[in-house]
Design a protein around this ligand. Structure first.
Ligand SMILES: [Zn+2]
Length: 640
C-alpha cells in the first residue's frame, strides 16, 4: 500500500550542492536551518556575483537556499560594524545593529530602510562582500514599541538556543519520507459551528500540522473555552508545525499552552503577527491575573513561542514537513493576517484556509487574495454568513459615525468609543484623522488609551504591509496619520477624570465590549451626562455589558476594586455603527467563493454560529455546485 521514497534526504541534497558550486567559491559546509538550506563558503562573493549555480540548485531541490560566509571568512563584529557604518548613508539613520554569531546575520534597525538596502539591493551586497555578514533590515518604528524592542533583545540573548532549534527543525522537515500515499484528514478541534477557540489539525500519513490554537472568550465553562486537544488524534509529540493565521486571541491565545505541554517545534506566521501575538498573549495573562482567574500558561511559555517562531513573508513558499509546503497570503483582516495555503505531497492535494478575512478594501489594508496556484479544498470562515448579515457601505458607515461625533461635540459632550485594540482601532484612527484634517468634524483631541498605543506603534513598524494609499502617504509624502497631533496617548490613569470633566473630545479605549479595561472606567465617568455619546463600532457578544446596554438596559450595577457595588445610571446617548468590520459580510463571502481561482472541489464552512455555517454550506452547494459541509467540533474528515 505504500512505498519507500527517500529522494530528498540530506545526503542527496549535499551531493547536488557539491556538484554545482564552483571550486573557487570554496564550499565548507551545508546545513539545514528551519525550512532553509544554508551553504557556507570561504569565498561566498563569487556566488553573490554569479547566481547561476544557486539558481540551478534551487530548481533541482525546490527548497529555499541561503549563502553565507564561513565563520572564518567573516570580519569581527566591531570591524564589521565600522564598515557597515561607512557603507550606509547617514540619512538612513541607523538606530541599532545586532550581530548573530550563530547565523552570521546582522540585523540593522534604521529609520529609512530603503536607503540601507540601496538600488536593487546594492548596499546589502556591498555589506556582504566586504564584511562576510548577511544583513536583515528592520524599520525602527517612529513610535516606540516596547514589544519589538524587548523581543529583539530577548532573541539576541538566546542566539545559541535559536540556532540549535533551527537546525533541529531543518532536520525534521527534511527527514526521509516513508509513505507516498494520498491520505489527508482534517480534525475539527475548535471553531467549527461556533466562533472562538479556532484549531484545525491537518494530517497526512507523514505529518501533522495544527493551524491556529485560540481561546473562546466568554465561554460558559472551561471545557468550551479551549480547543479539543484531548482528542485521540491530537498527539503533541508528533506535531510537525503550528501555523498562526493572525493575532486575535480566538486564533493565537493558546499557542503558549502547547509549549507548556511539551511542544518544541516551529510556529509559522507573518512578521507583524509575531509582534502582535506576543503582545496579546502577554495582555491575556495580565488581564487574567487582574481578574483573579487562573492562567493556563506562564510568561516563560509566551517567551518560548517567540523563540520558536519562524516569520514568513506573504507569497514565500516553504517546506514545513516532508510532504507539506506552506504559503501565506494576505487576508485583509488585520495587520499581518494570513490565509494559509498547504500544498500536500508533490501535487497530491491543495488546501486553502481563509482564516478571518475581508474580501474588500479598507483604509488600513488591501483586500484578501482570491488567486491561488491550486486549491482543491477550501476551508472558509462565516462569521457574517447569515442572509441578513449585509453591512451598510463604507461611505454610509463613516457618514453616520462622523455625524454622531459632530452632534455630540456641538452640544459640548464627549464621545466614548469602546474598541478592540488590534485592527478596528487603527481603522477608526484613520477615519478620525481624515475627518479632522478636512474639517468634517471639529478639531477636538482624540485620547488613546490602554494597549492601543503599543498596537499602533507596531503598525508604524510595518508600513509596507498597509493599504496602497496609506503606504504611499507614509513613504512618498512623509505623512503618517498614526503620528498625527490629534492623537493624545494617555499614559497615566489619574488623567482619566480630568479628561471626563474637561472640554469636548473623543476617547478610544479597550475593551471593545465593556467587559473591563479603561473603557469601563470612562463609561462610569461619562454615562450620567446626557450630552455624552457612546458609539459601539464592533459586534457585542451575548453576555457582555456592551450587549445589555445596546439592548436598552439603563441601570448598570458595577462593583469597584474593593467589591462595593455602584449603580451607574446611563443617561448618555448610546449608538452602534455596523460596517467597520474586518470580516467579509454575506455578500463578500459569496463573492469570494465566486471569484476564488481555481475553483475548489469541496468546501468546509467554519468560524460562525451553527446556523450560519450550515446556511452558508447549503448556499455554496446550491449556487456554486461545490461539495460543501459544516463539520462540528470533534469531527474528523478524510478529504483525500
Ligand atoms: Zn480575527
Amino acid at each position: 500500500m505504500y512505498n519507500l521514497g527517500t529522494l530528498d534526504t540530506f545526503g542527496e541534497i549535499r551531493k547536488i550542492i557539491a556538484r554545482e558550486i564552483p571550486p573557487e567559491a570554496r564550499l565548507t559546509k551545508v546545513e539545514f536551518e528551519g525550512p532553509s538550506i544554508i551553504i557556507y563558503a570561504n569565498n561566498p562573493n563569487l556566488l553573490l556575483e554569479n547566481s547561476e549555480p544557486i539558481k540551478r540548485i534551487v530548481r533541482e531541490i525546490k527548497k529555499r537556499v541561503i549563502v553565507r560566509a564561513d565563520p572564518g571568512a567573516r570580519k569581527k563584529t566591531d570591524e564589521a560594524k565600522k564598515t557597515i557604518e561607512e557603507l550606509i548613508p547617514k540619512e538612513a539613520e541607523i538606530t541599532d545593529m545586532n550581530f548573530d554569531e550563530g547565523t552570521g546575520e546582522v540585523t540593522i534597525l534604521a529609520k529609512k530602510p530603503g536607503l540601507v538596502i540601496g538600488k536593487g539591493g546594492s548596499t546589502l551586497r556591498d555589506i556582504a562582500s566586504s564584511t562576510g555578514w548577511r544583513s536583515t533590515i528592520i524599520r525602527s518604528p517612529p513610535l516606540k514599541s516596547r514589544i519589538i524592542e524587548q523581543s529583539l533583545y530577548y532573541m539576541g540573548k538566546e542566539q545559541d538556543y535559536r540556532l540549535d532549534f533551527l537546525k533541529k527543525v531543518g532536520r525534521r522537515i527534511h527527514r526521509p519520507k516513508i509513505y507516498n500515499n494520498g491520505w489527508i484528514t482534517i480534525s475539527a478541534l475548535g471553531g467549527f459551528r461556533e466562533v472562538g477557540r479556532q484549531a484545525i489539525l491537518v494530517q497526512t500519513l507523514e505529518s501533522k500540522v495544527l493551524i491556529d490554537c485560540g481561546v473562546k472568550p466568554g465561554a460558559q465553562n472551561p471545557f468550551d473555552e479551549f480547543p479539543r486537544l484531548d482528542l485521540a488524534e491530537f498527539d503533541i509529540e508528533e506535531l510537525d508545525a503550528v501555523v498562526v493565521t493572525h493575532a486575535h486571541l480566538d486564533h493565537c491565545g493558546l499557542v503558549p499552552l502547547l509549549f507548556k505541554y511539551g511542544y518544541g517545534g516551529p510556529v509559522y506566521c507573518t512578521r507583524p503577527t509575531k509582534s502582535l501575538m506576543t503582545l496579546l498573549q502577554l495582555d491575556y495573562l495580565d488581564v487574567a491575573v487582574k481578574e483573579g482567574r487562573p492562567t493556563p500558561y506562564g510568561l516563560k511559555d509566551v517567551k518560548k513561542v517567540l523563540l520558536n517562531t519562524i516569520a514568513l513573508d506573504y507569497g514565500e513558499v516553504n517546506d514545513i514537513s516532508p510532504d507539506i509546503r506552506l504559503t501565506l497570503h494576505n487576508a485583509g483582516h488585520i495587520l499581518g493576517s494570513a490565509m494559509v495555503h498547504l500544498h500536500v505531497g508533490e501535487g497530491l492535494h491543495n488546501i486553502v484556509y481563509t482564516g478571518d478575512f475581508k474580501y474588500a478594501k479598507t483604509r488600513l489594508l488591501e483586500p484578501a487574495t482570491s488567486c491561488f496556484p491550486r486549491a482543491e479544498t477550501l476551508i472558509m470562515e462565516s462569521t457574517y454568513g447569515a442572509p441578513n448579515d449585509v453591512v451598510p457601505s463604507r461611505e454610509e458607515t463613516e457618514r453616520q459615525f462622523l455625524e454622531y461625533i459632530r452632534n455630540t461635540v456641538q452640544k459640548g459632550g464627549k464621545v466614548l468609543i469602546p474598541i478592540l485594540a488590534v485592527g478596528r482601532a487603527q481603522e477608526i484612527m484613520l477615519v478620525l484623522d481624515e475627518a479632522i484634517r478636512f474639517g468634517s468634524i471639529p478639531q477636538v483631541p482624540v485620547y488613546i488609551e490602554g494597549m492601543l498605543q503599543e498596537v499602533t506603534a507596531i503598525h508604524t513598524a510595518y508600513p509596507e504591509e498597509l493599504a496602497r494609499e496609506l503606504k504611499n502617504r507614509i513613504f512618498h509624502k512623509g505623512e503618517n496619520p498614526f503620528l498625527s497631533d490629534h492623537f493624545i496617548s494617555v499614559d497615566d490613569r489619574s488623567a482619566r477624570s480630568d479628561i471626563a470633566e474637561g472640554a469636548p473630545c473623543v476617547i478610544m479605549a479597550t475593551s471593545g465590549m465593556l467587559t473591563g479595561g479603561p473603557a469601563l472606567e470612562y463609561f462610569k465617568l461619562l454615562a450620567p451626562d446626557p450630552n455624552n455619546t457612546m458609539i459601539f463600532v464592533n459586534y457585542q457578544i451575548e453576555g457582555t455589558l456592551g450587549r445589555s446596554i445596546l439592548r436598552g438596559v439603563r441601570e448598570i450595577p458595577i462593583s469597584d476594586s474593593i467589591g462595593k457595588i455602584d449603580v451607574v445610571q446611563v443617561k448618555m446617548d448610546v449608538k452602534s455603527v455596523d460596517g467597520f468590520s474586518g470580516h467579509s459580510d454575506r455578500r463578500q463571502l459569496l463573492k469570494f467563493v465566486n471569484n476564488i481561482s481555481p475553483r475548489p472541489k469541496q468546501a468546509l464552512v467554519v468560524h460562525g454560529e451553527e446556523s450560519k455555517c450550515l446556511g452558508m454550506a447549503d448556499c455554496i452547494r446550491r449556487f456554486f455546485r461545490i461539495d460543501a459541509s459544516a463539520p462540528s467540533v470533534g469531527d474528523r474528515l478524510r478529504i483525500k
